[in-house]
Every structure is written in structure tokens, then in C-alpha cells.
Design a protein around this ligand. Structure first.
Ligand code: ADP
Ligand code: MG
Length: 688
């Protein structure tokens, strides 16, 4: 049997079982081997009956004394009870709805059984073992030791029982373990004290003791993280070696004039990041840098300087935003600031007329535009820049990796790339997801920010909340009301943004100009509403999460979120960043259902304004799958490592991978594995 064989080559796997395996994502023998247990059951020790404790799981070795079956009051519901005895006492074993066992459980037979001890029903204080996960009938002389160990517990599915999974795993391991090749360089294994791959596979499925399990898990999780890191680093190295970048000139008069034109001085954090970018851009190696900073931390100013730097060096800059609204906002900002300094800023979006479009294309190709701001339209095929020097993408996770690559292909020399993100990706995650990018962080917000006061309330407070919002608006402020997005297919009694808008605009906010913004509106309509909100003609904006990212209206001081329980914490944090951008005291009011669970979860956001903390919390609550999913990245499907629990291991793996890059022998040893095992990821990542 080969690792690459289809799962139906395994004895006992027919069409039905193969279908069940497919549901678990298992197509090949190797897939089965890497279908790691989701838990283990410690059955390595026999507990004398007298030492059983109610509420605890245990394994007993006993003799069957008597078997009885009774019909529960509910029809078709049977209870099978066996009285068990060992030298220390008696206990019951109870099965529900398993009548077929009756013929097997003969009096006088020895049985080894694992279950949870509890007081027996009507048992006068006697203990009963229920939730029986495994039992074995033993011959009179048979040694129980052979059946003891730590049992794997797999995520089973219909048509594949735990028992069958265990049996097949055992069989497949036996047949193929010799085929499993070592894929970590000897040096790495020695340095990090990792056990061999074959032992690791045997022990991860069938450990005899805790220690075996621990070392197996450590080895396999390390392997997984190490190979990903090697992949990312190899990619980075390739970019550096094979692609010729642009060496930008040192910062000159133009950069200085723009800095002077900013209405503020850069913070220390911004200065630090700007120095890192300056250094990258002046180097011939293509820059691949991620700037991470909480909402409102001042990333736009940094992007602005970088764009001006490329212009001063005689190149063109491109700045992409995920939505038309944001692209517009950036365009207006750049144009206002840069036009007086002679920098030509252009705008490109799918909404331009054909004529405008052609004119803009021509201007870019003739280098009559220095900086182009736009949406996805910027990367469409026929847009050709004369001398693209820098690409800035805002909120990169909304762009596919491939789209970023498209833009990079727009010039002969690889332009520098700067990625801005306000998504507070936890540190561990940054290494796993963006291991190929250099990361800069803006840790602190600019000074003089009004803190945003956050309140969590339930529906009973709604009238009061809106009365407060009305008073704020009457004193000159603006407000957002955000509603969850409701899929048409969803059966729910949640009101849509439209319904909330109707209710508010004609109810409590009668006489106040209100606007509505949601994803299904035409771009022109959306833009008109946003323009009105920017210009303070609309005072209250009811919207879905389309306003989530980057929108900057300093006069807006209140954000109300309806059905806040429907949002992730990070998402709420992003939303909250829409207010507190000006000089006014700002408020974020979350209205959530009264369920204890949602209240508890949301209390975290009431208490902290630390985006990283909230992201970690999200990660704990919703799992990395969700988190990665949101980032549309292919690296999320870790099979054994856990980005949170294995933080230390990840750092070791990263260190090992860095060393491997400088060790030709080790590198050539891992490359084939890397290519084979991560082909899909790699192919996808090659485009970066
Ligand atoms: P981000 O893009 O990181 O969310 P922005 O760049 O939009 O943040 O900045 C948020 C607000 O802070 C803007 O109004 C900007 O003018 C202001 N700002 C940026 N840097 C500073 C600074 N160093 N000092 C004071 N205000 C700043
Ligand atoms: Mg921004």
C-alpha cells in the first residue's frame, strides 16, 4: 500500500465508507494518517471498583455477574444493565438502546471497560458506569495489559464509527509506516530535540503513555509550522534574488515640503515606521512591507509620504482601496494636499465613463499622472503605468493575493509594495500568514484623541439611546447606526438596514436628515449618500458594515450598533474606529440581545480599546479558521499546530527555518517536501 493510494484501497472501505471518508476530507491513505485524533482517552490504568469516584471516567477490569434489560417508560428505549464485580466491590455498567449487546455480555466473563462513574439510578448509592466508550471481553487467562493505553478519539461521522476509524488507522499505519520519509533535516531534529517522523505518526495515534503523545505532537506541530515558514521564507528569498527592484532616491525637498504641509508632526511610532520604509525603498531589493496599526493610528500619512517619495524619484505611485468610497476619500485627501505642490493625482474606478477612462489610461501611460488612486479598476489589464515605483494597498485582506500580483506585473522592474492593515492580527498570526512580509507596527495612537466611551445595552434601552443620539445631533454632531447584514435566505426576524432606516427616519429622527447605505445600492447612490454625510448634509447614517473600513468623518461622534451580538469583536472594534476621529467626545453604543453568552462576550469590548487584545479574544472564541477565512488566505488550515497554544513552538520553527535558508544542504533537503506537500499553497503563493 502506498501513501498516495486512494482510501478505497484500504481493506473494508467500499463505496459507502469512501463517501463517509470524503465527508471528513479524506481521499488518500496519507490523508487518513494525517487525520489526527481530536482527543484521547486515557485507558492506561485499571481502577479498582472500590476506588471509583462519581463524575470521573475510569477503566475497570471485572467479571460480569448478572445482566438485566428493562424497557424505559418511553417506548422503544431500552436500558441494559450489567452488574460487575472485582475483588474490591461491585458496580453497574449501563448501556442505552444497545439490546444487541445482551447476547455478548455473558455472566462469568471478564470484561475491561471504560466509562464515566455516576450514582446508579435507584441503586441505593451504588455506582454505575455510563457513557461507555470502549469495552473488551477477555478470555479467562488473557492479559488485560495489551488492551491498555491511551486511545485516540477521532471526529467520526455517519457511517464511520470510532471503532472502525481506530481499526483502519491501526491497519494503515502498520502497512505504510515504513513509507513515511523523514522530512526534517538532521540538524534541525537534533537541535530542537524532535523525534523521528515514523515514531511520531505511530505515537500520535496510539500512544502508550502521555510522554509519547507529547513528543509526537511536538514533532508534528513543529514540522507543520517549520515547513510553512520555510515556504514563506523561500518565497521571500526568491523575490529578492530573481526580481530587480527600484532603488529610490534619498528623501528630498518634495518629501520635506509634504511633511511640512501636514497639520501635525509625526508621532514617534510613525517616524520609526517611516524610517523603515525609507530604508526599504532606497534599497534595490523590492520592498514587501506590511504596516499594521489600529484604526486611526495614522497609516494614511505614512502612505502619503511613501507615494511622494516615489514621485520625487521620478516614478509613479498607485494606491488601491477596497471600496469606491474609500478610494474617493483617499483621492480627495491626496489631491487637496499635493496639487498645490505640483504633484498630479488621478482617480480611476470602474465608474468612470469610457471616455474618462481612456483619457486616464493615456495619462498614466504618458506619465502625465504621478499618483493614481483607485479601486480594482487600477489593476485591469489595459492600465499601463509608464514608471510604476510603488504600490500601496489599503486593507489588503480584502484584495486577493492574485490581484496584488496583477498590479506588480504592470512594470518591468518590480515596484515596491506597501500593505496597510488595521486588522489587528495577533503576532503569532502575522508570522504564519505574512511570514513573507516585513512587518512594521504603529503601536500608539496620535496624541489628543478623544477616548471613545463604549456602552453595552439591551433592547430595553433603545428609546433612551436614540433620544441621546438625537440630542447630540441637535448639538451639531453626526451619528452612525450600523445594522447586521442579513442574507435573503436567512430566516430571521432581525430588521434589515432598510427597515431600521424607515423606522428611524420617520420616527424619532423625523425632521433630521437621514441617509441609508448598504451593499446592494448602486455605486453612484452610495457615493451620493457618503458625499452628503461628509458634507454634513446627512446627520444620521444608517448602514450595514460597508462603512467598516477607513471612513473618516471627524464630526461623527456616535456609533450605535444594532444586534451587536451578530458581529465579531474585531469587527466591532473596526466599526468603533469610525468615531473618536475629531475633537468631540465620542460614544459607541452596542445594543445586544440579553442572552448571557452574548453579553459576556461583548463586555470585553466595553472594557478594552486594545485591538490586539480583542483579536486574540476573537481567536479564542471563534477559532483560527474563522479568522483566516476572513483574510482569504490559504494558510489557515493547520492540521495539528495551534496558532495560539503553539506560539513558542512557532517561534522556534521560525528560527529553525531562518537558519535553514542559510544552510544549502538543509535547504535542498527540505525543498522537495516543501514543493510536494505544499504545492497548492505554494502555487497560490508564488503569485505574491
Ligand atoms: P488610519 O488610516 O491608520 O486609520 P488615519 O491615517 O486616517 O488613520 O489617521 C486618523 C486621523 O489621525 C486623521 O484624522 C489624521 O489626520 C490624524 N493623524 C494622523 N497622524 C497624526 C499625528 N501624528 N498627530 C495628530 N493627528 C494625526
Ligand atoms: Mg486609513
Amino acid at each position: 500500500m502506498k501513501l498516495s493510494d486512494s482510501i478505497n484501497k484500504v481493506r473494508g472501505v467500499g463505496v459507502k465508507k469512501a463517501a463517509a471518508f470524503a465527508r471528513l476530507g479524506i481521499q488518500t491513505v496519507y490523508d487518513l494518517l494525517t487525520y489526527y485524533p481530536r482527543a484521547y482517552e486515557d485507558q492506561s490504568r485499571v481502577t479498582p471498583i472500590a476506588q471509583l469516584r462519581a463524575g470521573e471516567r475510569a477503566t475497570v477490569l471485572a467479571v460480569i455477574q448478572r445482566v438485566t434489560e428493562r424497557q424505559a417508560r418511553r417506548r422503544g428505549f431500552t436500558v441494559l444493565t450489567a452488574l460487575l464485580g472485582d475483588e474490591t466491590g461491585y458496580a453497574q455498567a449501563v448501556w442505552f438502546n444497545q439490546r444487541f449487546l445482551k447476547t455478548k455480555l455473558r455472566e462469568g466473563r471478564r470484561i475491561l471497560l471504560t466509562g464515566k462513574a455516576d450514582y446508579a439510578y435507584n441503586g441505593g448509592g451504588q455506582l454505575a458506569l455510563t457513557n461507555i466508550t470502549s469495552f473488551e471481553l477477555l478470555g479467562a487467562e488473557e492479559d488485560a495489559g495489551e488492551h491498555l493505553g491511551i486511545l485516540p478519539v477521532y471526529a467520526a461521522t455517519e457511517g464511520l464509527t470510532q471503532k472502525q476509524l481506530r481499526a483502519m488507522m491501526e491497519y494503515v499505519l502498520l502497512q505504510t509506516v515504513d513509507e513515511l520519509e523523514e522530512n526534517l533535516p538532521q540538524r534541525v531534529r537534533e537541535e530542537y530535540r524532535l523525534i523521528g517522523r515514523r515514531s511520531a505518526f505511530r505515537h500520535i495515534h496510539f500512544p502508550k503513555e502521555e510522554e509519547e503523545l507529547r513528543t509526537a505532537r511536538r514533532r508534528l506541530a513543529f514540522e507543520e509550522l517549520y515547513l510553512i515558514q520555510c515556504g514563506l521564507l523561500a518565497l521571500k528569498k526568491r523575490t529578492a534574488e530573481e526580481q530587480e527592484g527600484i532603488a529610490h532616491d534619498p528623501n528630498g525637498a518634495l518629501v520635506e515640503r509634504v511633511r511640512a504641509a501636514l497639520p501635525f508632526a509625526l508621532t514617534d511610532d510613525q517616524e520609526k515606521v517611516w524610517a523603515e520604509i525609507t530604508c526599504d525603498m532606497e534599497s534595490l531589493l523590492p520592498m514587501r512591507r506590511l504596516v499594521q496599526g489600529d484604526v486611526g493610528s495614522g497609516k494614511t500619512a505614512i502612505a502619503l509620504l511613501a507615494l511622494v517619495k516615489t514621485v520625487e524619484s521620478g516614478h509613479q505611485g498607485a494606491m488601491m482601496a477596497p471600496t469606491e468610497i474609500l478610494a474617493r476619500q483617499h483621492y480627495d485627501y491626496l489631491r487637496e494636499l499635493l496639487t498645490p505642490l505640483g504633484v498630479r493625482v488621478g482617480f480611476l474606478s470602474g465608474r468612470l465613463t469610457k471616455k474618462e477612462r481612456t483619457a486616464m489610461d493615456a495619462a498614466l501611460a504618458a506619465h502625465e499622472v504621478d499618483i493614481a488612486v483607485g479601486t480594482h479598476a487600477l489593476i485591469q489589464d489595459h492600465v499601463a503605468f509608464a514608471a510604476l515605483g510603488l504600490v500601496v494597498t489599503d486593507e489588503q485582506h480584502r484584495f486577493g493575493v492574485a490581484q496584488r500580483a496583477e498590479l506588480e506585473k504592470k512594470s518591468e522592474r518590480t515596484p515596491d509594495v506597501l500593505v496597510m492593515t488595521a486588522t489587528p492580527i495577533p503576532r503569532t498570526m502575522t508570522l504564519t500568514v505574512y511570514g513573507d512580509l516585513d512587518v512594521s507596527r504603529i503601536e500608539h495612537l496620535p496624541p489628543g484623541r478623544q477616548p471613545i466611551r463604549t456602552f453595552l445595552r439591551d433592547e430595553t434601552a433603545r428609546a433612551k439611546i436614540y433620544a441621546f443620539v438625537r440630542r447630540e445631533i441637535e448639538s451639531g454632531r453626526q451619528a452612525y447606526v450600523v445594522c447586521p447584514l442579513i442574507e435573503a435566505s436567512e430566516e430571521t426576524d432581525l430588521p434589515s438596514a432598510e427597515a431600521v432606516y424607515e423606522e428611524l427616519a420617520h420616527g424619532i429622527f423625523r425632521g433630521i436628515p437621514c441617509g441609508l447605505l448598504h451593499g446592494r445600492m448602486k455605486s453612484a447612490e452610495k457615493e451620493a449618500v457618503m458625499d452628503d454625510f461628509y458634507a454634513n448634509r446627512v446627520k444620521l447614517l444608517v448602514s450595514t458594515t460597508v462603512i467598516e473600513v477607513g471612513v473618516n468623518v471627524p464630526n461623527a461622534s456616535i456609533l450605535v450598533v444594532e444586534h451587536a451580538e451578530r458581529f465579531g469583536l474585531s469587527q466591532l472594534h473596526q466599526l468603533r474606529g469610525r468615531v473618536g476621529r475629531g475633537a468631540h467626545a465620542s460614544y459607541c453604543i452596542l445594543i445586544a440581545g440579553r442572552s448571557a453568552a452574548s453579553q459576556e462576550r461583548l463586555q470585553v469590548i466595553e472594557q478594552t480599546s486594545d485591538g490586539f487584545r480583542l483579536a486574540e479574544e476573537d481567536l479564542h472564541l471563534r477559532g483560527p479558521g474563522q479568522f483566516f477565512g476572513a483574510m482569504q488566505h490559504g494558510l489557515g488550515d493547520l492540521k495539528i499546530a495551534d496558532v495560539l497554544a503553539d506560539m513558542d513552538l512557532l517561534l522556534l520553527a521560525r528560527r529553525a527555518a531562518l537558519a535553514t535558508m542559510d544552510d544549502p544542504a538543509a535547504l535542498s533537503f527540505v525543498l522537495p517536501t516543501l514543493m510536494r506537500q505544499y504545492r497548492e499553497r505554494f502555487e497560490h503563493m508564488r503569485e505574491v
